[in-house]
Design a protein. Structure first.
Length: 89
């Protein structure tokens, strides 16, 4: 079956469409994609993954045409960063 996989760094984004066996899990899709070799900093024991923007477990089954995503860790505490909202005067 065909699925997509996405991973983004601040300076580089990767979006692949790959063919995987039926009944594949999120982890198997990631392994088939080759992204773990291309980006050795990916640590699936620490980083969250998802399907179409919703957090998923590594053993979640993947369906045809879905998009698996590997999320980068948050590097800044959102409670300590000044908001950058546009203010109307």
């Amino acid at each position: 079956m065909k699925v997509g996989i996405a991973y983004a760094l601040p300076t580089k984004q990767v979006w692949l469409k790959i063919e995987v066996p039926e009944e594949c899990t999120v982890k198997e899709v990631i392994e088939h994609s080759g992204l773990l070799k291309q980006f050795p900093e990916i640590d699936l024991s620490k980083q969250k993954v998802g399907i179409f923007g919703k957090i998923a477990k590594l053993d979640a089954k993947v369906e045809e045409n879905c998009r698996v995503e590997i999320y980068r860790p948050i590097t800044v505490d959102p409670t300590t960063v000044e908001r950058r909202d546009l203010k109307e005067d």
